[in-house]
Design a protein around this ligand. Sequence first.
Ligand SMILES: Cc1cc2nc3c(=O)[nH]c(=O)nc-3n(C[C@H](O)[C@H](O)[C@H](O)COP(=O)(O)OP(=O)(O)OC[C@H]3O[C@@H](n4cnc5c(N)ncnc54)[C@H](O)[C@@H]3O)c2cc1C
Length: 526
Amino acid sequence: MTQALPRDALLTRLRAAREWDLAVIGGGCVGLGVALDAAVRGLSVVLVEAEDFAKGTSSRATKLAHGGVRYLAQGDIALVREALHERGALLANAPHVASRLPFVMPAYHWWERGFYGAGRKAYDLLAGRQGLGGTEWLSTTRTQQLLPGVQPRGLHGGVRYWDGQFDDARLALLLARTAAARGALVVNHCAATGLVLENGQVRGLHVQDSETAEALTLRARCVVNATGVWVDRVRDMDQAAGAPARPRMVAPSQGVHLVVDRVFMPGDHALLVPKTEDGRVLFAVPWLGKTILGTTDTPRSDAPLEPQPLAEEVQFILRESARYLARAPQRADVRSVWVGMRPLVRPEGDEGGSTKTISREHTVVIGRSGLVTVTGGKWTTYRSMAEDVLQRCMARGLLPLKAGGVTTQLPLLGAAPGKPMGEAPGEHLYGSEATALRELPGADRWLWRDGDGGLSEAMVRFAARFEMARSVEDVLARRCRLLFLDAAEAARQADAVAALLAEELGRPVDAEAFKALAAQYLRLPG
Ligand SMILES: Cc1cc2nc3c(=O)[nH]c(=O)nc-3n(C[C@H](O)[C@H](O)[C@H](O)COP(=O)(O)OP(=O)(O)OC[C@H]3O[C@@H](n4cnc5c(N)ncnc54)[C@H](O)[C@@H]3O)c2cc1C
């Protein structure tokens, strides 16, 4: 059932004097996956997210549920097999926000068709019964039919294979809300500011509500740090003042995406170039009515909340897109540019440098204080990462023993057959909850229209009542993905969304901060 989650009630529960089994810091896919799994196992769980659910990396992925063909080439068979299994679970548990997606790899050298096809056949074999469709070798004509936007000059056919794609921020919200429906207390806009330490052991958290600045202390038997690229900051919280700095666990790597209209790549197939001139991967993926172009892999030494693209990254994506698309997108065609940071686990003794070869596997570390830190991995494997974290906590006696495997076949809220993710956003993304959505005022009043979907007044009300949205950004960046699809259009909707939110939340809501953010998503450097 669609459950109202008023903030007052969440904070009242947060204030209650009690000891939780588990406190999770960080509401990206990893923290939310841990909270959901633990709640389903019957543990008492609280999760705090400093900003909004998926505000960090988990809303900025390429949005592919994939085994990672690239890792197959690196010989990491176990990682690929696990991810392919997880791809199947993700698509089955959240069919309203995830779908299978056909990819075409165009061949421009005589040997590429055979080479890429053989690799994809191995991928199919690893997927086994979880396969989403067989790999096919394509003639030049068929390649052009499936990828009408592809550069025809020098084309030698192609290879088609299947993977999955999803709406990352909405999937994260579904994890949060499903965990809440299972009894977990999940609170956004509430940061962990410190750890409660007793005799050197972690016994809970200090947190602060960002809206009122109210400080609270939560007691918990086990604390999991799932803060992505920010895990080292939380790890430092159990350090005594003046203690020598610990080696960093994370090597952040930035990835940029550019969004353009579908005219540049019509059709429902994605394009993958596995090796561009400088050895990188290029994707052109249909997503929610637009085309996503990306991405890059640029090491960073810092971890800002809103990272900016580098001129070189934007040039790379536009230059390579121009080589593979018949109609080359120009800077003025970019509707939105967004940047995410991969939390890559730093190999011991690593001093920085290229991040392309760092393993995408995750790491769980339990410190001397008992603080459990998890990072690395990828969106596709969030569920198995959560199982691994809980198993490690139980093995160390930090949590009572409870049987696992409870989320493999756990439909998330609203789970119902949906549409392909390439189609414009609309009511279908709410699955069976579309009925509750349509009962709200303004279901047929559209703020923004795209095909037979878009953003209705009712969707803003739904975001405030049931999806814990607190700001214009929460609505336009993550409940509706307009900021990521068309930042100028998102800015145009800011005032109307602020007015509706103000009505729902019973307090003034600012639109100006969001407009400034939207301007950043339109700004191309260089
Ligand atoms: C460009 C790019 C493309 C990608 N594409 C794919 C893809 O196609 N498929 C795939 O499977 N994976 C992909 N990934 C990887 C995937 O997105 C990440 O591995 C995953 O989102 C990381 O999730 P997380 O929960 O660890 O981190 P995050 O999503 O960053 O979550 C951490 C959260 O912790 C919060 N936080 C920080 N400090 C505190 C505090 N003190 N108190 C409370 N909360 C705090 C942050 O606000 C944040 O929301 C991609 C990554 C990038 C960068």
